[in-house]
Design a protein around this ligand. Structure first.
Ligand SMILES: Nc1nc2c([nH]c(=O)n2[C@H]2C[C@H](O)[C@@H](COP(=O)(O)OP(=O)(O)OP(=O)(O)O)O2)c(=O)[nH]1
Length: 189
């Protein structure tokens, strides 16, 4: 059910974003991350993805678990990703733009990422990142209809052990509140 992870690597007020070459993501700046491999913990997977996509080693940043992002699409698909931030020290030099096998990496200012008219970042990033300064982990859910983001919610997520249960409950409540129906129990997706 939660098959992906994503990390926003931070240095001062800028974030290292990836513009993937994959047709589905092209032209869209997003965090670093990908799919969890079987038997990997979310954190192990995040460290592996960061290394694969940026070359950064675990000793070079401080990884913080920020919560969960999930989405429902056209009342059919349901997906989720573990959310992390990573901070690198002020003095750490990581030159960009950098062309990698996945696409282009570049530092982007938070102000640019959050700008209301910015269409160059993945749609839900400004919403996710506006909660980044909060000290506790949160769950952000978004619903898309016909490729448009039509409803979102953000709730605090207190403990990792309650995470999956909480997520299902919140999503069911959210779907009901918005008059949306899913055809199968969310847990089986
Ligand atoms: N901002 C944002 N990111 C998303 C959403 N959905 C989603 O999969 N992502 C993230 C998760 C991953 O970090 C990335 C997907 O990358 P990808 O398409 O290259 O993943 P992949 O399955 O090929 O994984 P991999 O080969 O890199 O292991 O995008 C979304 O709705 N919003």
């Amino acid at each position: 059910m939660i098959r992906y992870n994503i990390c926003f690597i931070q240095q001062d007020d800028r974030f290292l974003l990836l513009n993937r070459e994959k047709p589905s993501w092209m032209g869209c700046w997003n965090g670093v991350g990908g799919k969890l491999e079987p038997h990997e913990s979310p954190r192990q997977s995040m460290i592996r993805e960061i290394a694969e996509e940026t070359g950064l080693k675990a000793a070079e940043y401080l990884l913080t678990y920020k919560g969960l992002v999930s989405w429902t699409v056209d009342r059919e698909q349901f997906g989720g990703m573990y959310l992390y931030s990573a901070s690198v020290t002020e003095s750490f030099a990581y030159a960009t733009p950098r062309k990698t096998a996945e696409g282009i990496l570049d530092w982007k200012a938070l102000e640019w990422i959050l700008h209301p008219k910015n269409q160059g970042v993945s749609t839900n990033i400004p919403l996710i990142m506006s909660h980044f300064a909060e000290p506790s982990a949160f769950h952000h859910h978004c619903h898309y209809d016909d490729d448009k983001l039509v409803a979102t919610m953000t709730v605090p997520m207190e403990t990792a052990t309650e995470m999956r249960e909480q997520m299902n409950e919140y999503v069911k409540e959210f779907m009901a509140q918005n008059g949306l129906k899913v055809n199968q129990p969310l847990a089986n997706r």
